[in-house]
Every structure is written in C-alpha cells, then in structure tokens.
Design a protein around this ligand. Structure first.
Ligand SMILES: NC(=O)c1ccc[n+]([C@@H]2O[C@H](COP(=O)([O-])OP(=O)(O)OC[C@H]3O[C@@H](n4cnc5c(N)ncnc54)[C@H](OP(=O)(O)O)[C@@H]3O)[C@@H](O)[C@H]2O)c1
Length: 232
C-alpha cells in the first residue's frame, strides 16, 4: 500500500507555474486544508525556493545537527525531499529551522554521492534509499506508508515531478489555485514534460471554489481505472 498523493500548485490562467506572483499565503492556506501527514518536495523546487526567498543562508546551529525530539502531540507534517543528486547538501538545516516542518525524510538512490549520504547520516536525517539513476517512487512510497505511517501526501513540486507522478499512476488528486494572470510565451506549463493526455472521463471534479482577488480553486480526483487505458 502507498499513501494518497494530492498534487497542489498555484498556476496562471494559461497553466504556468512560474513568471507571475504566487500568493504564498493563499497557496499554503489551501494546502493546509488537506491535513496531509507529509509534504513531498522536489529538489529543484527546494533549491529555487531558497534562491527566491533567502538573501543569505543562515548558519547551521549545533541543535540543527540533531533530530527534533518526537512528541505525540506534534501534528506538523513531515517534509519528504527527493534529492538523489545532493542539491541540498549543506542546506537541509534550513528545513529544520522552519517552524512548520516536523522533520525531514530524504529519498536518495544507490548512486547518490557518498559525501551526501555521510552528511545526512551524521545529522540523523531519515533516509530512504531506492532506485539507481532515479528514486524508485513506488518503492519509496510503500516504505513511507509502512514505516512512517504516512497516509496522505501533498506535493510541493514543479512540472518534472508532477508529470512523473501522473505518468506512473501515483497521483490521486489534483488541486490547482488559478490566478487571473496570463504569462504568455514565458510560461512553464504545470505538466510540461507529460507525454500523454488525460481525458475528461479520467478526472472527477470534487470542488470548485471562488477565492479572493478573482482566483479560483479547482480540486479533481483522478479516476484510476480510466488511467489504465491511457495512451502515450
Ligand atoms: N507555482 C507553484 O505552485 C510551484 C510549486 C512548486 C514549484 N514551482 C516551480 O517549479 C520549478 C521547479 O520545477 P522542476 O520541475 O524543475 O522541479 P521539481 O519537480 O521540484 O524537481 C524535480 C524532481 O524530480 C525528481 N525526478 C526527476 N526525474 C525523476 C524520475 N525519473 N523518477 C523519480 N524522480 C525524478 C528529481 O529528483 P532528483 O533530485 O533525485 O533528481 C527532483 O526531486 C521552480 O521554478 C519552482 O519555483 C512552482
């Protein structure tokens, strides 16, 4: 068994993930309504977030090198980072400093540089190693469910991971906040690398909610038995 995965993005009217101003407060407020056990974060998203929001990297403190003490009353989500290529080397303490993060689980592969594995183990980050060139998502998700009791995951990912999750049949729901802005030729489509199309009978609308500033929230369920017959 694997956890349910809800993809969540804020996009422009023409489907772009970037090159417009995302209302972060709204983005995370809607994301919070899913009460997910964990957030799944792509390494490019993590790295670009630091570049975007931090002028300088805060230093790692001795406390950041230790795992937080588990508390039964702590209902904050775990953050799961897919980072087989060590993009967050020497940067993960920023996640531990973030008040909304319970702790970090890093998904890596058998080919992940040893230096990164040593960095992670010396700081007691949870590690799941699966796959060779890329993380074996199916296998990692089963471990997350079995060993970490994670039932629901919400994503914080860009077009790459969105497309892979959908292609591998691992997405269960799609949540999109649509901003009334058209990016035009500089758009980066939310499923840019998806090679197949998804038809109306494969998506069931769960909710459509008008939001402030003429934005709208759309929430779809992906109909799984219809996905089986998908053509590339
Ligand atoms: N508007 C929004 O809601 C929103 C939200 C999130 C991100 N963004 C934007 O999206 C952009 C980043 O998007 P992105 O598509 O470049 O990156 P991404 O989805 O954040 O990261 C790519 C991820 O895919 C993994 N990956 C690649 N191929 C894989 C495979 N075959 N199997 C398993 N995992 C695989 C990579 O893992 P490895 O590291 O192990 O290779 C990496 O973790 C940024 O500009 C960010 O600002 C926008």
């Amino acid at each position: 068994m694997r956890p349910k995965i809800i993809m969540h993005n804020t996009i422009s009217l023409d489907g772009s993930l970037t090159n417009f101003c995302v209302n972060m407060e709204l983005h995370y407020r809607i994301l919070g309504t899913f009460n997910a056990d964990a957030h799944l974060i792509g390494s490019n998203t993590a790295k670009s977030g630091l570049d975007l929001f931090l002028d300088t990297i805060p230093p790692e403190t001795p406390k950041n090198k230790e795992p937080p003490k588990p508390q039964l009353t702590d209902i904050r989500p775990l953050w799961i980072l897919i980072d087989s290529h060590a993009q967050m080397y020497n940067l993960l303490h920023i996640f531990r400093q973030y008040e909304f993060c319970k702790d970090v689980i890093v998904l890596i592969t058998s080919k992940t540089p040893a230096k990164y594995s040593e960095y992670l183990t010396s700081r007691h980050y949870h590690i799941i190693r699966s796959g060779t060139q890329h993380v074996n998502l199916n296998q990692a998700l089963e471990i997350l469910h079995k060993h970490y009791h994670i039932n629901t995951i919400v994503t914080d990912t860009g077009h790459t991971l969105n497309s892979i999750l959908l292609r591998q049949g691992l997405l269960d729901e799609i949540s999109l906040i649509i901003n009334p802005v058209i990016v035009g030729q500089n758009q980066l489509n939310v499923f840019k690398t998806l090679s197949q199309s998804i038809q109306p009978n494969q998506l069931h609308l769960l909710k459509s909610t008008p939001l402030e500033n003429n934005s709208i929230h759309l929430h779809y369920e992906i109909i799984k038995n219809q996905m089986d017959g998908i053509s590339s």
